[in-house]
Design a protein around this ligand. Structure first.
Ligand code: BTN
Length: 252
């Protein structure tokens, strides 16, 4: 079977000064039958969305906010957000020294603070291939220090702490081609191709965590499908739902 993602060159690239949300827009287009490979970058989002119905705040020049839409037909979709996070963390980490960590399932962390978030949504693809879906991968990265809502549960980090000359454009140029290559790998081999790279950046492993379902325990990495493993008083619990939030109880 011929597998293959569109090359970078075949993406239509749009940079918009303002839109409600790049994810919302690509999902709107998908519902209207428009599923061509598209990279949509917004300088400003007026209704940026995060996981679990949260909002994603950013302002022009301070952040990189983009989504891309792509048809994918992996054998299993499990672990996609972890694979995307692993790819982006690897692209943006300094060559030497401390690396960007991943907080299951979708966050990039720098020194215990949130650097970036990922929101993945899918819709049926207009194709005869049953397992193919149109995936919208949305990524928001804090680039420059700015005022943040003091009520944020996790304090932010920004890319200029790691690379002082970073800009939204530089970050996108650095991460996008490797991310497409990694998606091709995910489509071919699934999360298994990323599990050791994820483990090397797992910011929760070995830490006490509290889950939004009320349970708590020690994070013990992820299983082969990307589900979080937590050792609780009831034994080893497998957390697969992305609708469960996980909070480390102590930050280093
Ligand atoms: C999260 O941390 O909860 C996920 C945040 C994802 C934010 C990005 S910014 C680009 C894209 N458009 C959105 O509305 N959300 C994603």
């Amino acid at each position: 079977m011929a597998l293959g993602l569109p090359s970078l060159a075949s993406f239509s690239v749009e940079i918009l000064p303002e839109i409600d949300s790049t994810n919302t827009e690509l999902m709107r287009r998908a519902r209207a039958g428009r599923t061509e490979p598209t990279l949509l970058v917004a300088e400003q989002q007026t209704a940026g969305r995060g996981r679990m119905g949260r909002s994603w705040q950013s302002s022009t020049g301070d952040s990189l906010t983009f989504s891309f839409g792509i048809n994918l037909a992996p054998t299993s979709w499990e672990g996609l957000s972890l694979a995307v996070g692993t790819s982006v963390a690897q692209s943006l980490s300094p060559v030497n020294g401390e690396s960007i960590q991943l907080k299951w399932p979708n966050d990039l962390w720098w020194q215990g603070r949130k650097l970036a978030g990922i929101l993945i949504e899918t819709s049926a693809a207009p194709t005869s291939q049953a397992k193919e879906r149109f995936a919208v991968v949305g990524i928001g990265i804090n680039i420059r220090q700015r005022e943040f809502d003091a009520n944020l549960s996790t304090q932010p980090a920004w890319l200029q702490e790691i690379s002082p000359t970073s800009s939204p454009q530089m970050a996108l140029e650095r991460l996008f081609a490797p991310l497409l290559r990694d998606l091709l790998e995910f489509e071919r081999a699934g999360f298994a191709a990323f599990s050791s790279r994820f483990a090397a950046r797992d910011g929760l492993a070995g830490r006490q965590v509290a889950l939004s379902d009320g349970s708590q325990g020690e994070a013990r990495g992820v299983d082969g499908s990307g589900a979080l493993l937590v050792h609780t008083s009831q034994g080893l619990q497998r957390v697969a739902s992305q609708e469960v939030s996980v909070r480390p109880q102590t930050l280093s």
